[in-house]
Design a protein around this ligand. Structure first.
Ligand SMILES: Cc1cc2nc3c(=O)[nH]c(=O)nc-3n(C[C@H](O)[C@H](O)[C@H](O)COP(=O)(O)OP(=O)(O)OC[C@H]3O[C@@H](n4cnc5c(N)ncnc54)[C@H](O)[C@@H]3O)c2cc1C
Length: 228
C-alpha cells in the first residue's frame, strides 16, 4: 500500500503579515514594525525584492548606464569615444540582479527584524493567510493586519495573440540577443528597453513602434498590429 506524504503544516503568527516581497511589501513590513514592539512576516512566492530587483528597475538601469557613458564620451572633445562591450553589458546586468539569487535580500530582511516565509499565499479567512510551497504549508495569523502587495503581471494586447511576444521581464533578462526585434509601446519601460536593446541589436534591425517615439533608431508612429 502506498501512502501520500502530506505536507508539514506549521502555525505562525505576527502582528502584520505582508503578502508579496517586492519593494512595496518590503517597505510596508519594515515601516510597520520600525521603532515599535511589533512583528511582521513577509510571504514571497518567488524572489524577495520582487520585479524591481530582478526583472525591472535594476537590470534596466544596469544596462542603461554603459549606453549613457558611451553617449556622453562621444560628445566630449578631448575624450576618445568609449565603446560598448555587449557581453559586458549582460554581465553587468547579471551582477546587478545578484544572478537571480535573493540571499542578500533575505539577510537584509532578517537584519531589519522581518521574518520571511517562502511560498504562494492566499487569504484563508479573516486575518488568516495560507501559504503553500509544495514541501510545507503554513497557516499564518495576523494580529493586526494583512497587507496585500502582490504587484502586477504584464499583459500582451489581444492584437498580438498568437505570437510569442516578450514581456518586460523577458527583455530585461535577455540572454540570446535576437537578430531583429520590434518594440511596441512608448511608455517609460519601452523607452528604457529600446535604449539598451538598440545597443545590443544592430541598429538597422531594431524597430521601435509608438505613437510618440523617443529614440534615435528606426521609428514608426501609429498603432501596431501583427500579421502572421
Ligand atoms: C523595465 C522597468 C523599469 C522600471 N524602473 C523603475 C524605476 O526606475 N523606478 C521605479 O520606481 N519603478 C520602476 N519600475 C516599476 C517597478 O518595478 C514596480 O513599480 C515595482 O516593482 C512594483 O513593486 P510591487 O512591490 O508593487 O510589486 P512587485 O515588484 O511585482 O512585487 C510583488 C511580489 O509579490 C510576489 N507575489 C505575488 N503574488 C504572490 C502570492 N500570492 N504569494 C506570495 N508572493 C506573491 C511576487 O513574486 C513579487 O515578488 C520599472 C519597471 C520596469 C518593468
Amino acid at each position: 500500500m502506498t501512502t501520500t506524504q502530506q505536507p508539514e503544516t506549521q502555525e505562525l503568527s505576527a502582528d502584520v503579515v505582508v503578502i508579496g516581497g517586492g519593494p512595496v511589501g518590503e517597505n510596508a513590513a519594515q515601516y510597520a514594525i520600525e521603532g515599535a514592539d511589533l512583528t511582521a512576516i513577509i510571504v514571497e512566492g518567488h524572489l524577495l525584492g520582487g520585479e524591481c530587483s530582478y526583472y525591472a528597475c535594476m537590470p534596466s538601469k544596469a544596462m542603461l548606464r554603459p549606453v549613457d557613458v558611451v553617449g556622453t564620451s562621444a560628445d566630449i572633445e578631448g575624450v576618445i569615444e568609449a565603446q560598448l562591450d555587449r557581453p559586458g553589458m549582460l554581465a553587468r546586468r547579471d551582477s546587478f540582479v545578484s544572478h537571480y539569487d535573493d540571499t542578500s535580500q533575505i539577510e537584509w530582511a532578517e537584519s531589519a527584524g522581518l521574518q520571511v516565509v517562502r511560498g504562494h499565499a492566499r487569504l484563508a479567512g479573516e486575518r488568516t493567510v495560507q501559504v503553500d510551497d509544495g514541501a510545507a504549508s503554513h497557516t499564518i495569523t495576523a494580529r493586526h493586519a494583512v497587507i496585500i502587495a502582490t504587484g502586477s503581471e504584464p499583459t500582451v494586447p489581444a492584437e498580438f495573440e498568437g505570437i510569442e511576444a516578450w514581456t518586460s521581464a523577458d527583455a530585461t533578462g535577455v540572454i540570446e540577443v535576437p537578430e531583429r526585434l520590434a518594440i511596441v509601446g512608448g511608455g517609460v519601460v519601452a523607452c528604457e528597453a529600446a535604449t539598451w536593446l538598440a545597443a545590443l541589436v544592430p541598429r538597422s534591425r531594431c524597430w521601435y513602434v509608438a505613437r510618440n517615439c523617443c529614440q534615435p533608431m528606426n521609428r514608426s508612429s501609429g498603432s501596431a498590429s501583427w500579421t502572421a
